[in-house]
Design a protein around this ligand. Sequence first.
Ligand code: PGA
Length: 252
Amino acid sequence: MRKPLVVGNWKMNGSRLSVSELLAGIVSGSTELNGIEVVVCPPYPYIPQVESLLKESRISWGGQNLSAEAKGAFTGEVAGLMLRDFGCKYVIIGHSERRSLYFESDQLVAEKFVAAVDAGLIPILCLGETLSEREAGITEQVVARQLSVVLDKVGVAELAKSVVAYEPVWAIGTGKTATPEQAQDTHAFIRNKVLELDAGVGSHLQILYGGSMKPSNAEELLNKPDIDGGLIGGAALESEAFLSICRAAVNA
Ligand code: PGA
């Protein structure tokens, strides 16, 4: 049985004030969230604030990115051990915004996966196709390629230390959600790829859906057999919306 996981990706949003208000709301509603794991991923400067506000709570936190390097002369970069130093448990790897806006290649994403595991973080590995790739009918080829570059580098046993997030790029921040059936099909495809290599890893792997998940569609998505949670952007910035998605995960 896979534990549902709901992750809020705040992206480049927030202030000291909004972080404390948002977390106050989430923490007060979190007592009813039994049987699931809840995570927030703030921008780097707010991680110490999040740590101090969440350390007595049942909510975990993580980074949105990390360097592939462990330390040294890499101006502007943040190492996995620094995230660990501030209590991060997770880190998002290969988000489509990193891949497209900051030109992160499949290879770099695989290196970041290694850096995350080496630092003791759980990578949330994002996979997903663009609109033109979906329209060309190559969704499965794209996610298979993105996954296989990581698998070739680390092996299937290491994948057991991670979480996968399927995020169709055309659904991120656009208000367009993959239908529950479209999402389920790709989740099942990803799981089968891993099952072929290792039945134990494949059956335990948590695969999250991301892309305009919100209170109105969360229940239907989260009730699909291979959707084990959500990676939430916009709706993670409002405590009531985020909690409502968390409650849908509890009930799924
Ligand atoms: P969204 O973002 O929920 O705003 O579509 C999801 C994500 O990018 O992780």
